[in-house]
Design a protein. Sequence first.
Length: 356
Amino acid sequence: MPTLGRSLSAKDGIYRAGIVGCGRIGCGFDDDPRRGYVSTHAGAYRRTPGVELVALADLDQAGLERYGGKFGVRSLYNDYRQMLTQEQLDVLSICTWNGTHLEIVENALNTGVRAIFCEKPIAESLSSADVMIRRCDEDSVILMVDHQRRFDRFHQHVATYLREGRLGKIQQVTCYYTAGVANTGSHLFDLLRFFFGEVEWVQGIYSKNESNNQNDPNVDAWLQFDNGVLAAVQACDVRYYTIFEVNIVGALGRLRITSHGFDAQFEEIRESTRFAGYRELHVAEAPLDPSGHREFMLQAVAHLLDCLERDQKPLCSGEDGRRALEIICALRESADARGRRIQLPLASSSIIIESR
Ligand SMILES: NC(=O)c1ccc[n+]([C@@H]2O[C@H](COP(=O)([O-])OP(=O)(O)OC[C@H]3O[C@@H](n4cnc5c(N)ncnc54)[C@H](O)[C@@H]3O)[C@@H](O)[C@H]2O)c1
């Protein structure tokens, strides 16, 4: 890794963090009084020991000043490249739209930044994602993508629970999502990979339930995983309400992860009280508790610092971000071809993804 001839931190043991993009996920979600947990990169840096949020960059001056005031950050930049050259950042959050991520990563390299926390989807194309991953790798810069559920203990417990076979053979998985195959789909596909491993093939058709972004349509999909699990993914219309659910039907019961991952229901097998000789599913106490500590963003930032300290690969790496993007590209290709089956991995794709 190139050395800049300076100590790692501005203050002893304190990493210097900066954010480019002070919109919703960068800063704004924490304005929402209904969110009882830290929901932004800025909020997470502010609350995490060992890191100081020293600079913000955004094209929008009003937003910059507003969040500079709110988070107590004095160094504010309209041009993120100036922030990178002047602030000697150790950690950079990229909270802009996906089409800008590659350019920002490339400008961050060789400025001393050692870890990048990049919003999803990782990039606008597979080739851009490949360059981001390769360049970070070459420069020994940690690249972590914000598919948040990987950092959350409840989802980690579900992954272990499934891997240990405690729900038995998985018969079927059905998921519901809203607001675009790239925007929300990227979270869902990453979560399904986290639970079930790599995808063998996908099929998709454009959903009649429209997305709120015409450049990021809704797709109804089938995902076949290498381990034999088949997942059905159904899109709904976010104008009615928002939904993010994963319904896992195993041989030993059913686990439903609902309310965007904040709730869960479990059903176990019992003798039917209605039909002699049959067994049915009955609501039972969930073996995994979704309540309690659900601070995805705090866990993510703590994990990133841990990766820096230990020089470890993050739980959601650039490769993981690329895999989610690959599923999105494959589904768009499939939907364009009226549901043609698309085998993964994709060597390349000409699909450009716009997620807002
Ligand atoms: N992980 C999550 O749960 C989650 C949630 C929301 C959004 N996101 C992702 O985060 C990204 C941003 O989404 P958002 O909803 O916060 O968008 P947003 O529009 O609210 O904010 C984006 C901000 O980036 C700024 N910006 C854009 N280009 C810039 C540049 N070149 N230099 C400086 N500032 C620039 C804009 O002015 C804007 O303030 C998207 O990729 C989105 O998919 C992730």
